[in-house]
Design a protein around this ligand. Sequence first.
Ligand code: GTP
Ligand code: MG
Length: 181
Amino acid sequence: MQFISHRFPEDHDPTIEDAYKTQIRIDNEAANLDILDTAGQVEFTAMRDQYMRAGEGFIISYSITDRRSFQEARQLKQLIYRVRHTVDTPLVLVGNKSDLAQLRQVSIEEGKRLAEEFQCPFFETSAALRYYIDEVFATLVRQIRQREAEACRVNKKKSQRPHALWTRLRLPFHRKQHSLQ
Ligand SMILES: Nc1nc2c(ncn2[C@@H]2O[C@H](COP(=O)(O)OP(=O)(O)OP(=O)(O)O)[C@@H](O)[C@H]2O)c(=O)[nH]1
Ligand SMILES: [Mg+2]
C-alpha cells in the first residue's frame, strides 16, 4: 500500500489475497506492474502453488522483529524452487520494520547472508516510514528485465544453431561438388 498509494494502515488485517495494478517508469522505460499481495497466514495459502508458478518475480519479506518470519523466508524460497524447478527466478529479499530497531531479532548481517545464499538483492525497509519501498520494486523490475534479456539471448542462439549446424553438415558436400566441377 505504501508503494501504490502512500498509505500505511496501522492495524493488522490478515491478507487473503489482494491485487494491485500500477504503471511506473524505471530506468526511463515504462513498466506495467501486476502486484499480488499474498497471504502470510497458513490458513489462506491455498493458491500458493499457482501464484508461485505464474509470478514473474517475487519479493520475500520478513519482519526484523520476528525471527520466525525470517525462518519462513527460507521455506518460501524453497517452495518457489520446488514449484518452478529453477534457481533462476527474479527475487528480492526484504527485512521490514527497520523503524523498530529496539525490537530487532534478526540482524542486518543475517539478512545479507540469506540474500547471498539466495543470490538476490537485499533491503531493510520500513513500510511505516516508507524507507526503501520504491527501491525494492525497482530492483525487482530490473531483475525481471535482466532475466528476460538473458532468455532472449539464449533463444536467439538456439534459433541460430540449427542453421549453423546445417551449414556445417553441408560444407563437405559443397567441397565435393566444387571438386567435381
Ligand atoms: N512499525 C512498523 N510496523 C509495521 C511495518 N510494516 C507493517 N507493520 C505493522 O505490522 C502489522 C502487520 O502488517 P501487515 O502488512 O498486515 O502484515 P502482513 O505480512 O501483510 O500480514 P498477512 O497479511 O497476515 O500476511 C500491522 O499492524 C502493520 O501496521 C513497519 O515497517 N513498521
Ligand atoms: Mg498482508
